[in-house]
Design a protein around this ligand. Sequence first.
Ligand code: SF4
Ligand code: MG
Length: 329
Amino acid sequence: SNPVLTVDHLQTHFHMEDNQTAKAVDNISFSIFPGETVALVGESGSGKSMTALSIMQLVAKPGRIVDGSISLNGIDLLPLTDKEMTAIRGKEMSMIFQEPMTALNPVFTVGNQISEVLRKHLKLPKKEARDKTINLLKTVGIPRAESVVDEYPHQLSGGMRQRVMIAMAISCNPNLLIADEPTTALDVTMQAQILDLLKDMKDKYQMALLLITHDLGIVAEYADRVLVMYGGQIVEESPVAKLVESNKHPYTKGLLESLPSMDVEVDRLGTIKGTVPPAHQFPIGCRFSARCPYVMDKCREVTPAMEKVDSNHFIRCYLYEKGVSEHDS
Ligand code: SF4
Ligand code: MG
């Protein structure tokens, strides 16, 4: 089948006051297919949210998409007008955020907010929109849907609010759902419930799901493929089943080592020293070079390219560069 979403050489830059350019999203490419969950992982500041906002075309000034293309079901989104994008956002593709309180309007009932989306995109009459809203609330597992429909966001728990957000996001049956750290603000039990719900909805409606998280544990359990992002670039693309293999980007390895696991003492957890460089101060060469335990001289000179190491598995690192190591080692 054809991909739902294709991102091709996307670049989103921020022009800073001092004339520096922050390359928040620097030349990234990937696709997502119907029914597939692709996880976008990396520490905060690696460009994940900016990638999502770019796809939705919600990048705030002074940020700007400067190059590349984004296509949804074969339609090139970047040339579209604001009005055309407004018709697509919430209908063909939706996004949910970490904190639903910021996305829900506190002065309207949850029912009014979902109905509004249905009336706008599907032109449903009032009564039908309300009935469909109640059904949607039931679909996402909200008990007492008939009364919750008339409640305000602050009357609901964090988990219930996130369910409301999911109901709103899927209300028009989008092809693509983007979930940006959808469970980071929730406790562990609630996290699993919300992720299970997202998975069920994805399967039920055959959506493509772009799941943004910093948690590789979530990736292992819920995603089909993973894109590891660092310094505005994708540094590894891999089927999730291959994440445990020895072939991994050193950054991915670091992320995996910082995962808690049952048989590892908490104080022995590996963590990657240092922080993601800010997007206007990327080092020359490999962006991970300042933190990489395997760093070589050439890593600090030229940015490595993505290399195919296996079917569907790509790594951006000189350790995996083909046909070069025998010449310059
Ligand atoms: Fe480390 Fe060099 Fe690979 Fe970058 S290119 S991840 S610095 S070994
Ligand atoms: Mg983020």
